[in-house]
Structure formats: C-alpha cells, structure tokens
Design a protein around this ligand. Structure first.
Ligand code: CP
Length: 308
C-alpha cells in the first residue's frame, strides 16, 4: 500500500487505512531512533527543505533530524534572513526552492491554506507543519501513535481535549484523525474558545472538566494561543488556570491508567500543573520522540510513492 496524495496537507485528506500505514511505518522508524546507529539510507540522494514562517522547536527540529537519520540532504530555510523579507511571495519562494531539486518542502505558516497553495504550485511533495488555525497533521499523527502505543488500538478510546479549542490546529487534526480511527472525542473549553459546529466536527462539548474527563483514557491539554487572539477571550492566565487548567483534582475521574498529553510548548501552571506534566501518567516526552518517528515515516512514504 502507498499514500495516495503527493502531499500531506491535513488529516481531512487522508483515509483511515493511510493513517494506519503511517503509524505502522512510524513504529518501525522508532527502532532506528532508539538504536545506537541512527543512520539508514532510505532517503539517500533526496533533498528535504523546512520553510517555517512561524516559530517552532519540536516540529522543525524533528523534521530535520528525521531527514538526517535517513540520509537526506536537509536544509532549513531561515525565513527571517531570506528574500521573504524583501517581499517575495510564497509561490515565488516555493518555486525557487522547487527548481533546486527539492523532493519535499515542509512548511509552517500563519495563514490557513498556505501549504495547499504551495502544493498546487510546486512539483515537490509538501507537508503541512501547521497552518494558522486549520490543521497540524503531523502533530495529530504523533499523538495517535502515542495513544496506540499505550493501548494497542485507537478504536473505542475516550479522548478529552481541554483548552483553547478555537485557535488550535492540534485539536482540529486530532478530532479529525481520532474520529477516522474510531475513538470518541470530548472537548472542554471556555465558551469564548469553543468553535461553533464542534459537534458536527465529531467532538462532544462538556460544561465542566470533571464531566469531560470522567472515565477517559486520554486527557490532552492545549496551549493557550495568546498570539492568535485579537481580543482578550478570558480575564487572565490565573483565572484560566483556575477554571480550565488541568490539575490533580479535576483529573481524578479519568481512568487510573489514563495518559496525560500536551503538544507543547506548555505554559506550566496555566494549562496543566507541573505535577501532571512531570507525573507518571505523562507521555509528553514520548510524544516528542514519536514526532521524529512519524516524520521519518512520512518522508519515507512520500519519497517512495513513485518508486516500484
Ligand atoms: N507542538 C508543536 O508544534 O511544537 P513546536 O511549535 O515547538 O513545533
């Protein structure tokens, strides 16, 4: 089986069997990350470029490592010192990188739909590393990998996502992906940070953290995205932490073996207390490791699409 599209633009465009293929491949890739010799030649002769118009630690570095572990030429385009600063358009920048022999361009952009526009204008495969408030498909995939690793399946899992759902591309990709894989998704957020039509997206909204978390297998906190808020949508960080932050008290109703997840970067004490972040049920570090594995899998599967 192969991926159907040349690009990974969102989990909306990927079927359940393709998600299964990516997660199975990532499981094999993780063995390479855990080995002493983090080097295979699956991407020898291929060129992978990261083009990030927004800040990132986890996503950008893990894509770069994923490419390097598999022997690709990995180039990071520094947007702040590139010709973007001279007014070059996204399409012109993309076409310029494309004709240098690039096989895969990984883009993060503040505008929803920017990766889709790029993908239509270049021959290279394009991977969406987060576009505005739309999707962050590789985060959704690494989160699903982490859940599947712990429970063996995603089918029937109860997953509660808590926090700034409205601005979160991570929440959107998780809701789409988890629904495709047969999990139940619940959300709890301040009413100002809950998008309309959330039920139609496949998530049930709750009015308290306790109700949302009852008997859950997974509890996922989200970063408060102050940079995307055009006006104050809650009074203060302290107020947010009091009513919407995850803590040992309001998490008590979740299953004893529930996973505590967060995509990072985390605002400690706001979205989640340090006791949870650093606690025994936290898989936040495992999410980061799985991020490299999932990105290795995607680079491998995309470059292998055209080969016999
Ligand atoms: N989770 C995530 O996307 O983190 P970065 O912004 O550090 O890439």
């Amino acid at each position: 089986m192969k991926l159907r599209s040349k690009d990974i633009l969102g989990l909306d465009h990927i079927d359940a069997d393709e998600i299964g293929l990516i997660l199975d491949t990532a499981k094999d890739m993780k063995k390479i990350i855990k080995s002493n010799m983090k080097r295979v030649n699956y991407l020898q002769g291929k060129t992978v470029m990261t083009l990030f118009y927004e800040n990132s630690t986890r996503t950008r570095v893990s894509f770069e490592l994923a490419a390097k572990y598999m022997g690709a030429h990995a180039v990071n385009v520094s947007v702040s010192s590139s010709s973007v600063k001279k007014g070059e358009t996204l399409i012109d920048t993309g076409k310029t990188l494309d004709v240098m022999g690039t096989d895969i361009i990984i883009i993060r952009h503040e505008q929803s739909g920017a990766p889709h526009l790029l993908a239509r204008n270049v021959n290279a495969s394009v991977i969406n590393a987060g576009d505005g408030m739309h999707e962050h498909p590789t985060q959704g995939l690494l989160d699903m990998m982490t859940m599947r690793e712990a429970f063996g399946t995603l089918k029937g899992l109860k997953v509660a996502i808590v926090g700034d759902i409205y601005h979160s591309r991570v929440a959107r990709s998780n809701i789409i992906g988890l629904n495709k894989m047969g999990a139940e998704v619940r959300v709890f957020a301040p009413t100002t940070l809950l998008p309309q039509g959330i039920e139609a997206m496949g998530a049930k909204a709750y009015s308290s953290a306790e109700a949302a978390l009852q008997d859950c297998d997974v509890v996922m906190g989200l970063r408060v995205q102050l940079e995307r808020q055009k006006k104050a949508l809650f009074p203060s960080s302290a107020e947010y932490a009091r009513f919407f932050g995850l803590n040992p008290e309001n998490i008590k109703g979740a299953k004893k073996n529930a996973l505590w997840m967060h995509p990072g970067p985390v605002n400690r004490g706001v979205e989640m207390t340090s006791t949870l972040i650093d606690g025994d049920n936290s898989v936040i570090n495992e999410q980061v490791t799985n991020g490299v594995a999932v990105r290795m899998a995607l680079l491998y599967l995309l470059t292998g699409r055209e080969e016999a």
